[in-house]
Design a protein around this ligand. Structure first.
Ligand SMILES: Cc1ncc(COP(=O)(O)O)c(CN[C@H](C(=O)O)[C@H](C)O)c1O
Length: 337
Protein backbone atom coordinates (compact mmCIF):
# COMPACT_ATOMS: atom_id res chain seq x y z
CA UNK A 1 0.00 0.00 0.00
CA UNK A 2 1.43 3.43 -0.98
CA UNK A 3 0.07 6.35 1.04
CA UNK A 4 1.05 9.55 -0.78
CA UNK A 5 0.72 12.53 1.56
CA UNK A 6 3.24 14.77 -0.24
CA UNK A 7 0.53 17.04 -1.59
CA UNK A 8 -3.08 17.21 -2.72
CA UNK A 9 -1.64 17.62 -6.24
CA UNK A 10 -0.89 13.88 -6.43
CA UNK A 11 -4.42 12.65 -7.10
CA UNK A 12 -5.13 10.95 -10.45
CA UNK A 13 -8.34 11.14 -12.51
CA UNK A 14 -10.86 8.42 -11.61
CA UNK A 15 -13.03 6.54 -14.11
CA UNK A 16 -15.78 9.17 -14.24
CA UNK A 17 -13.30 12.00 -14.75
CA UNK A 18 -11.48 10.07 -17.50
CA UNK A 19 -14.79 9.42 -19.25
CA UNK A 20 -15.58 13.13 -19.17
CA UNK A 21 -12.16 13.83 -20.65
CA UNK A 22 -12.67 11.36 -23.49
CA UNK A 23 -16.14 12.67 -24.30
CA UNK A 24 -15.23 16.36 -24.04
CA UNK A 25 -16.19 18.53 -27.00
CA UNK A 26 -13.06 20.47 -28.01
CA UNK A 27 -11.88 23.30 -30.24
CA UNK A 28 -8.93 25.65 -30.56
CA UNK A 29 -8.87 27.61 -27.29
CA UNK A 30 -6.45 30.23 -28.61
CA UNK A 31 -9.36 31.31 -30.84
CA UNK A 32 -11.76 30.96 -27.88
CA UNK A 33 -13.45 28.04 -29.61
CA UNK A 34 -13.10 25.21 -27.09
CA UNK A 35 -16.62 24.66 -25.70
CA UNK A 36 -15.43 22.74 -22.63
CA UNK A 37 -12.88 25.42 -21.69
CA UNK A 38 -15.52 28.12 -22.18
CA UNK A 39 -17.98 26.20 -20.00
CA UNK A 40 -15.38 25.75 -17.24
CA UNK A 41 -14.37 29.43 -17.32
CA UNK A 42 -17.97 30.59 -17.14
CA UNK A 43 -18.87 28.14 -14.37
CA UNK A 44 -15.83 29.05 -12.25
CA UNK A 45 -16.48 32.79 -12.70
CA UNK A 46 -20.14 32.38 -11.76
CA UNK A 47 -19.33 30.26 -8.70
CA UNK A 48 -16.78 32.77 -7.39
CA UNK A 49 -18.90 35.81 -8.30
CA UNK A 50 -16.97 37.34 -11.21
CA UNK A 51 -17.67 38.38 -14.81
CA UNK A 52 -15.10 36.14 -16.49
CA UNK A 53 -12.45 33.45 -16.05
CA UNK A 54 -9.38 32.15 -17.83
CA UNK A 55 -8.16 28.54 -17.72
CA UNK A 56 -4.42 28.02 -17.36
CA UNK A 57 -2.09 25.03 -16.88
CA UNK A 58 -1.05 25.94 -13.34
CA UNK A 59 -1.69 28.05 -10.25
CA UNK A 60 1.72 29.58 -10.64
CA UNK A 61 0.64 30.91 -14.02
CA UNK A 62 -2.73 32.22 -12.79
CA UNK A 63 -1.01 34.01 -9.89
CA UNK A 64 1.77 35.47 -12.00
CA UNK A 65 -0.58 36.58 -14.77
CA UNK A 66 -2.68 38.35 -12.13
CA UNK A 67 0.41 40.11 -10.77
CA UNK A 68 1.40 41.12 -14.30
CA UNK A 69 -2.02 42.59 -15.05
CA UNK A 70 -2.34 44.44 -11.73
CA UNK A 71 1.14 45.98 -11.53
CA UNK A 72 3.69 48.08 -13.38
CA UNK A 73 7.46 47.50 -13.40
CA UNK A 74 9.25 48.82 -10.32
CA UNK A 75 6.25 48.49 -8.00
CA UNK A 76 5.90 46.45 -4.81
CA UNK A 77 3.44 43.67 -4.08
CA UNK A 78 2.37 43.45 -0.44
CA UNK A 79 2.16 39.78 0.55
CA UNK A 80 1.81 37.88 3.83
CA UNK A 81 5.08 36.32 4.96
CA UNK A 82 5.48 32.84 3.50
CA UNK A 83 3.26 33.58 0.51
CA UNK A 84 3.45 31.03 -2.29
CA UNK A 85 3.67 33.76 -4.94
CA UNK A 86 7.12 34.49 -3.51
CA UNK A 87 8.27 31.32 -1.73
CA UNK A 88 7.52 28.82 -4.47
CA UNK A 89 7.04 30.71 -7.75
CA UNK A 90 10.73 31.03 -8.48
CA UNK A 91 11.04 34.82 -8.45
CA UNK A 92 8.60 35.10 -11.36
CA UNK A 93 7.08 38.35 -10.05
CA UNK A 94 10.50 39.95 -10.50
CA UNK A 95 11.65 38.23 -13.69
CA UNK A 96 8.37 38.57 -15.58
CA UNK A 97 6.63 41.58 -14.03
CA UNK A 98 9.61 43.48 -12.65
CA UNK A 99 8.06 43.88 -9.21
CA UNK A 100 9.28 43.01 -5.72
CA UNK A 101 7.50 41.68 -2.63
CA UNK A 102 7.02 43.54 0.62
CA UNK A 103 6.27 41.06 3.39
CA UNK A 104 3.73 41.63 6.14
CA UNK A 105 3.76 39.71 9.41
CA UNK A 106 1.06 37.06 9.25
CA UNK A 107 0.72 34.79 12.27
CA UNK A 108 -1.03 31.60 11.13
CA UNK A 109 -1.02 33.14 7.65
CA UNK A 110 -3.32 35.97 8.72
CA UNK A 111 -2.09 39.55 8.25
CA UNK A 112 -3.62 42.43 10.24
CA UNK A 113 -5.30 44.87 7.80
CA UNK A 114 -3.63 47.72 9.74
CA UNK A 115 -0.27 46.17 8.86
CA UNK A 116 -1.31 45.93 5.21
CA UNK A 117 -2.05 49.66 5.25
CA UNK A 118 1.21 50.43 7.06
CA UNK A 119 3.13 48.52 4.37
CA UNK A 120 1.87 50.73 1.56
CA UNK A 121 4.61 52.85 0.01
CA UNK A 122 4.19 56.09 -1.98
CA UNK A 123 7.32 58.03 -1.07
CA UNK A 124 9.44 59.36 -3.95
CA UNK A 125 12.33 57.48 -2.33
CA UNK A 126 10.70 54.05 -2.48
CA UNK A 127 9.07 51.61 -4.92
CA UNK A 128 5.35 52.41 -4.90
CA UNK A 129 2.87 49.73 -3.92
CA UNK A 130 1.01 48.26 -6.87
CA UNK A 131 -0.94 45.33 -5.42
CA UNK A 132 -1.97 43.56 -2.22
CA UNK A 133 -1.98 39.76 -2.66
CA UNK A 134 -3.38 37.43 0.01
CA UNK A 135 -3.43 33.61 0.24
CA UNK A 136 -6.38 31.51 1.44
CA UNK A 137 -5.77 28.88 2.63
CA UNK A 138 -2.17 29.80 3.48
CA UNK A 139 0.07 26.87 2.56
CA UNK A 140 3.24 27.59 4.51
CA UNK A 141 1.26 28.54 7.64
CA UNK A 142 -0.32 25.09 7.60
CA UNK A 143 -3.29 25.42 5.23
CA UNK A 144 -4.81 28.07 7.46
CA UNK A 145 -7.99 30.03 6.78
CA UNK A 146 -8.38 33.82 6.53
CA UNK A 147 -11.22 35.00 8.80
CA UNK A 148 -13.94 36.85 6.86
CA UNK A 149 -13.51 40.02 8.95
CA UNK A 150 -9.81 40.15 8.03
CA UNK A 151 -10.69 39.80 4.35
CA UNK A 152 -13.25 42.60 4.67
CA UNK A 153 -10.59 44.70 6.42
CA UNK A 154 -8.12 44.07 3.62
CA UNK A 155 -10.79 45.06 1.09
CA UNK A 156 -11.38 48.32 2.94
CA UNK A 157 -7.64 49.07 2.91
CA UNK A 158 -7.32 48.28 -0.80
CA UNK A 159 -10.38 50.35 -1.74
CA UNK A 160 -9.45 53.35 0.39
CA UNK A 161 -5.88 53.26 -0.93
CA UNK A 162 -6.87 52.70 -4.57
CA UNK A 163 -5.04 49.38 -4.81
CA UNK A 164 -6.10 46.08 -6.42
CA UNK A 165 -6.53 43.03 -4.15
CA UNK A 166 -5.65 39.56 -5.49
CA UNK A 167 -6.29 36.21 -3.84
CA UNK A 168 -4.08 33.22 -4.32
CA UNK A 169 -7.04 30.93 -3.78
CA UNK A 170 -5.31 27.70 -4.74
CA UNK A 171 -7.25 26.10 -1.87
CA UNK A 172 -10.03 28.66 -1.35
CA UNK A 173 -12.57 25.83 -1.58
CA UNK A 174 -10.90 24.31 1.49
CA UNK A 175 -11.32 27.66 3.26
CA UNK A 176 -15.00 27.80 2.33
CA UNK A 177 -15.50 24.25 3.57
CA UNK A 178 -13.73 25.04 6.85
CA UNK A 179 -15.86 28.18 7.38
CA UNK A 180 -18.97 26.41 6.07
CA UNK A 181 -19.80 29.37 3.82
CA UNK A 182 -20.41 29.71 0.08
CA UNK A 183 -17.03 30.35 -1.57
CA UNK A 184 -18.34 33.66 -2.94
CA UNK A 185 -18.55 34.97 0.64
CA UNK A 186 -14.74 34.86 0.51
CA UNK A 187 -13.97 35.69 -3.11
CA UNK A 188 -16.37 38.63 -3.57
CA UNK A 189 -13.92 40.90 -1.68
CA UNK A 190 -11.18 40.47 -4.28
CA UNK A 191 -10.45 42.01 -7.70
CA UNK A 192 -9.04 38.69 -8.93
CA UNK A 193 -8.87 35.13 -7.66
CA UNK A 194 -6.66 32.23 -8.71
CA UNK A 195 -8.45 28.92 -8.07
CA UNK A 196 -6.57 25.62 -8.42
CA UNK A 197 -8.56 22.70 -9.83
CA UNK A 198 -5.51 20.42 -9.52
CA UNK A 199 -5.25 20.48 -5.71
CA UNK A 200 -7.90 19.15 -3.34
CA UNK A 201 -10.59 19.34 -6.02
CA UNK A 202 -8.84 16.50 -7.84
CA UNK A 203 -8.26 17.63 -11.44
CA UNK A 204 -5.06 16.42 -13.11
CA UNK A 205 -4.10 19.86 -14.38
CA UNK A 206 -5.03 23.49 -14.19
CA UNK A 207 -6.29 26.57 -12.49
CA UNK A 208 -8.77 29.32 -13.34
CA UNK A 209 -8.09 33.03 -12.90
CA UNK A 210 -11.33 35.00 -12.43
CA UNK A 211 -11.96 38.75 -12.51
CA UNK A 212 -13.74 41.47 -14.48
CA UNK A 213 -14.15 41.10 -18.24
CA UNK A 214 -11.54 43.86 -18.68
CA UNK A 215 -9.10 42.15 -16.30
CA UNK A 216 -9.50 38.75 -17.99
CA UNK A 217 -9.05 40.36 -21.40
CA UNK A 218 -5.68 41.72 -20.24
CA UNK A 219 -4.83 38.39 -18.56
CA UNK A 220 -5.42 36.59 -21.86
CA UNK A 221 -2.48 38.41 -23.45
CA UNK A 222 -0.11 37.69 -20.54
CA UNK A 223 -1.13 34.04 -20.56
CA UNK A 224 -0.11 33.79 -24.20
CA UNK A 225 3.15 35.67 -23.51
CA UNK A 226 3.96 32.98 -20.92
CA UNK A 227 3.20 30.23 -23.41
CA UNK A 228 -0.11 29.35 -21.78
CA UNK A 229 -2.21 29.59 -24.93
CA UNK A 230 -3.70 26.13 -25.28
CA UNK A 231 -5.39 24.39 -28.18
CA UNK A 232 -7.93 21.55 -27.63
CA UNK A 233 -7.63 21.98 -23.83
CA UNK A 234 -11.21 20.87 -23.39
CA UNK A 235 -9.87 17.43 -22.55
CA UNK A 236 -8.38 19.01 -19.41
CA UNK A 237 -11.21 21.49 -18.84
CA UNK A 238 -13.69 18.60 -18.75
CA UNK A 239 -11.73 17.15 -15.84
CA UNK A 240 -11.76 20.60 -14.26
CA UNK A 241 -15.54 20.75 -14.52
CA UNK A 242 -15.87 17.39 -12.76
CA UNK A 243 -13.45 18.64 -10.08
CA UNK A 244 -15.36 21.90 -9.64
CA UNK A 245 -18.71 20.09 -9.31
CA UNK A 246 -17.68 17.04 -7.27
CA UNK A 247 -14.57 18.18 -5.36
CA UNK A 248 -15.83 20.73 -2.82
CA UNK A 249 -18.20 18.36 -1.03
CA UNK A 250 -15.37 15.93 -0.23
CA UNK A 251 -13.01 18.46 1.35
CA UNK A 252 -14.46 18.14 4.85
CA UNK A 253 -13.33 14.51 4.88
CA UNK A 254 -9.77 15.60 4.07
CA UNK A 255 -9.93 18.06 6.96
CA UNK A 256 -11.22 15.38 9.35
CA UNK A 257 -8.39 13.04 8.43
CA UNK A 258 -5.82 15.85 8.82
CA UNK A 259 -7.04 16.44 12.38
CA UNK A 260 -6.84 12.71 13.13
CA UNK A 261 -3.29 12.54 11.78
CA UNK A 262 -2.26 15.64 13.74
CA UNK A 263 -3.50 14.28 17.06
CA UNK A 264 -1.79 10.93 16.40
CA UNK A 265 1.47 12.73 15.74
CA UNK A 266 1.13 14.75 18.95
CA UNK A 267 0.31 11.59 20.93
CA UNK A 268 3.48 10.02 19.47
CA UNK A 269 5.53 12.95 20.76
CA UNK A 270 5.87 15.09 17.63
CA UNK A 271 5.35 18.86 17.94
CA UNK A 272 2.37 20.01 15.87
CA UNK A 273 0.78 23.45 16.26
CA UNK A 274 -2.79 22.16 16.38
CA UNK A 275 -4.08 25.73 15.92
CA UNK A 276 -2.63 25.59 12.40
CA UNK A 277 -4.43 22.35 11.50
CA UNK A 278 -7.53 23.99 10.05
CA UNK A 279 -7.92 22.23 6.69
CA UNK A 280 -6.11 19.40 4.88
CA UNK A 281 -2.51 20.00 5.91
CA UNK A 282 -0.39 19.02 8.91
CA UNK A 283 3.10 20.47 9.47
CA UNK A 284 5.02 18.53 12.12
CA UNK A 285 8.38 19.25 13.68
CA UNK A 286 10.45 16.16 12.88
CA UNK A 287 14.16 16.14 13.73
CA UNK A 288 16.29 15.04 10.77
CA UNK A 289 13.19 15.42 8.59
CA UNK A 290 14.69 14.34 5.27
CA UNK A 291 15.99 11.08 6.73
CA UNK A 292 12.75 10.28 8.51
CA UNK A 293 10.71 11.06 5.40
CA UNK A 294 12.89 8.72 3.34
CA UNK A 295 12.52 5.96 5.98
CA UNK A 296 8.75 6.40 5.88
CA UNK A 297 8.80 6.35 2.08
CA UNK A 298 10.60 2.99 2.17
CA UNK A 299 7.62 1.73 4.15
CA UNK A 300 5.16 3.17 1.62
CA UNK A 301 4.24 6.48 3.28
CA UNK A 302 5.28 9.61 1.38
CA UNK A 303 5.48 13.09 2.90
CA UNK A 304 7.53 16.19 2.09
CA UNK A 305 10.39 17.28 4.32
CA UNK A 306 10.05 21.02 3.61
CA UNK A 307 12.99 22.00 5.84
CA UNK A 308 15.60 20.43 8.11
CA UNK A 309 13.12 19.66 10.86
CA UNK A 310 9.67 20.06 9.35
CA UNK A 311 7.54 17.55 7.48
CA UNK A 312 4.29 18.46 5.72
CA UNK A 313 1.48 15.96 5.32
CA UNK A 314 -1.37 16.83 2.92
CA UNK A 315 -4.65 14.90 2.90
CA UNK A 316 -6.71 14.46 -0.28
CA UNK A 317 -9.71 12.53 -1.54
CA UNK A 318 -7.64 9.49 -2.57
CA UNK A 319 -6.59 8.81 1.01
CA UNK A 320 -8.98 6.40 2.73
CA UNK A 321 -9.35 5.81 6.47
CA UNK A 322 -7.48 2.53 6.00
CA UNK A 323 -4.61 4.32 4.27
CA UNK A 324 -4.55 6.94 7.00
CA UNK A 325 -4.34 4.24 9.65
CA UNK A 326 -1.34 2.75 7.81
CA UNK A 327 0.33 6.17 7.59
CA UNK A 328 -0.19 6.74 11.32
CA UNK A 329 1.21 3.28 12.10
CA UNK A 330 4.37 4.02 10.07
CA UNK A 331 5.05 7.63 11.10
CA UNK A 332 4.40 7.03 14.82
CA UNK A 333 6.55 3.89 15.00
CA UNK A 334 9.58 4.25 17.30
CA UNK A 335 12.60 5.88 15.60
CA UNK A 336 15.03 3.10 14.55
CA UNK A 337 18.30 3.23 16.56
C1 LIG B 1 -1.05 28.33 -2.19
C2 LIG B 1 -0.56 27.89 -3.54
N1 LIG B 1 -0.66 28.75 -4.58
C3 LIG B 1 -0.24 28.39 -5.81
C4 LIG B 1 0.32 27.13 -6.04
C5 LIG B 1 0.82 26.83 -7.45
O1 LIG B 1 0.10 25.85 -8.06
P1 LIG B 1 0.78 25.02 -9.25
O2 LIG B 1 1.64 25.98 -10.02
O3 LIG B 1 1.55 23.95 -8.57
O4 LIG B 1 -0.37 24.51 -10.05
C6 LIG B 1 0.43 26.21 -5.01
C7 LIG B 1 1.05 24.84 -5.26
N2 LIG B 1 1.60 24.29 -4.08
C8 LIG B 1 2.34 23.07 -4.22
C9 LIG B 1 2.00 22.18 -3.04
O5 LIG B 1 1.40 22.68 -2.06
O6 LIG B 1 2.37 21.00 -3.08
C10 LIG B 1 3.84 23.37 -4.30
C11 LIG B 1 4.38 23.79 -2.96
O7 LIG B 1 4.07 24.43 -5.18
C12 LIG B 1 -0.01 26.60 -3.71
O8 LIG B 1 0.09 25.75 -2.67
Amino acid sequence: MIVDLRSDTVTVPDEAMRRAMIEAPVGDDVYGEDPSVNELQQEAARLLGFEAGLFMPSGTMTNQVAIAVHTRRGEEVIVPEGAHVYEWELGMMATFSGVVPRFVHAPLGVPDPADLRAAIRRSIHQSPTGLISLENTHNKAGGTVLPLDVIAGAREVATSEGLPLHLDGARVMNAAAALNVPVSDITRHFDSVSLCLSKGLGAPVGSVLVGSKKFVGQAHRYRKMMGGGMRQAGVLAAAGLVALRDGPKRLGEDHRRARALASSLVNAGYAVDLASVQTNMVYATVPDAARRASEWAERGVKANALSENSVRFVLHHQITDEMLARAIEVVTAPVPA
